[in-house]
Design a protein around this ligand. Structure first.
Ligand SMILES: Cc1cc2nc3c(=O)[nH]c(=O)nc-3n(C[C@H](O)[C@H](O)[C@H](O)COP(=O)(O)OP(=O)(O)OC[C@H]3O[C@@H](n4cnc5c(N)ncnc54)[C@H](O)[C@@H]3O)c2cc1C
Length: 377
């Protein structure tokens, strides 16, 4: 019988893993990729949707276009995971695996922040970004807070990007002087592993009169009084609240008993969970790297190499390296880049590349190359 790999979640990690396995082993194995959605959307596309640079329809990459040797995509919702038996139940079927990979990402827990669902607007989902694309053009004056409601959260630079792009949006409509922008984040700096990136961002905030409130988390909103309550009890009045909700692993993962502190602990070198033959990659896992697509992708390549070694024999893969490059929108049509190394030394290190228009083209190429590799065409 062919080796059966079941991958839960067709996001950044799941798509990279399925593609690498198909490229390397083709019909030699039997890969089942399961996702509840019918399309993939890059995380950064949510900012494009929110600021009206594109539509929610235009950023969808439909899974029906996935056609690869040895790969079967199933649109199903995972309802239970038995990691000991490597058995998965969905709303439609039961799947048995020889290798099981959890790549279900991180979900948003809006209820963890009282008042957020009623009084705020999250911009971390496509639906939230699409709603904001309608709300923002109607906003004409007052105080906008961009507030982070819990850490860890996906793509740590994203709320900084949102603040800078919001500035551009208000300038382009000629109403920047009628508006204030504040940015609340639980870290001491915008991107703690990179002092250079953080310095560039705080300089950009200062140049644009964006009030930076570091080291604070938004713990609740009082929609009636239009007030954001911070974790030190201080209050900030707002007219429009744009929030990054608290994250956690999807409910089905928490119910499986695999999670600890909201995520699945894994061996940092192999991405294997406590259960033999069961791996977790990407945002759903605790690995010591930020929750971002580039890191999910790197982790997926290590798991792919382990599957190839299991099927064909041969050497086990090297350790997961925790390397990744993050593109950061600085507004004014410029993008910077941070090349990070999270695991090789005692502390994360990296190199910051100044914002430029050349990096705008490079980021487009980053997306286009994934799109053609995963979906073809
Ligand atoms: C605003 C924003 C900007 C970002 N910018 C960047 C960036 O510039 N660069 C970067 O690298 N990263 C960026 N990210 C982060 C990036 O999107 C995520 O870190 C990345 O997608 C994580 O990949 P993953 O495979 O772990 O999970 P995901 O890509 O989230 O995929 C998880 C999949 O699991 C599926 N799923 C969940 N539960 C179930 C279930 N019960 N049954 C079936 N399927 C299920 C989901 O439908 C989803 O398709 C950004 C994120 C946001 C929100």
């Amino acid at each position: 019988m062919r080796h059966r790999v079941v991958i839960l979640g067709a996001g950044f990690g799941g798509l990279e893993l399925a593609t690498t396995l198909s490229e390397t082993l083709g019909d030699e194995i039997d890969v089942t990729l399961i996702d509840k959605s019918d399309a993939f959307v890059f995380g950064y596309s949510k900012l494009d949707v929110m600021f009206g640079r594109t539509s929610p329809e235009a950023v969808r990459l439909p899974y029906r276009e996935l056609a690869k040797p040895g790969l079967r995509f199933l649109r199903q919702t995972v309802t239970a995971i038995d990691p000991g038996a490597k058995r998965v139940t969905t709303d439609d079927d039961v799947h048995e695996a020889d290798t099981l990979v959890i790549a279900l990402g991180a979900d948003y827990d809006l209820d963890a922040t009282p008042g957020l669902a009623e009084g705020g607007n999250e911009f971390y989902s496509v639906a939230g970004a699409a709603r904001l694309a309608e709300v923002l053009p109607t906003f004409t004056r007052g105080h906008v807070i961009i507030g982070v409601c819990g850490a860890p959260f996906k793509c740590p630079p994203a709320p900084s990007e949102a603040a800078l792009l919001l500035h551009d949006h208000l300038v382009s409509r000629g109403i920047r002087e009628d508006c204030e922008i504040s940015f609340v984040i639980p870290f001491g700096t915008p991107v703690p592993p990179s002092p250079e990136t953080s310095r560039a961002l705080t300089t950009a905030f200062a140049e644009r009169d964006i009030a930076f409130v570091p080291g604070r988390r938004v713990s609740s909103l009082d929609p009636a009084r239009r007030v954001a309550v911070l974790d030190d009890g201080n209050e900030l009045a707002y007219d429009l609240f744009l929030g990054v909700p608290k994250h956690r692993a999807p409910e089905v993962v928490l119910a499986s008993g695999m999670a600890e502190d909201d995520y699945i602990p894994v061996d940092t070198e192999t991405l294997q969970t406590w259960f033999p033959g069961v791996y977790a990659v990407g945002d759903v896992a605790t690995v010591g790297v930020p929750k971002a697509g580039v890191f999910a992708e790197g982790a997926a390549r290590i798991v792919a190499a382990a599957v190839v070694a299991a099927v064909r024999g041969g050497p086990q893969p090297g350790s997961y390296d925790g390397l990744g490059s993050c593109y950061i929108e600085f507004g004014s049509g410029r993008i910077g880049r941070f090349d990070a190394d999270f695991l090789s030394g005692p502390v994360p290190t990296g190199t910051f590349h100044e914002p430029s228009t050349a990096l705008v083209a490079e980021k487009q190429q980053f997306g286009a190359s994934r799109r053609s590799r995963w979906f073809g065409g």
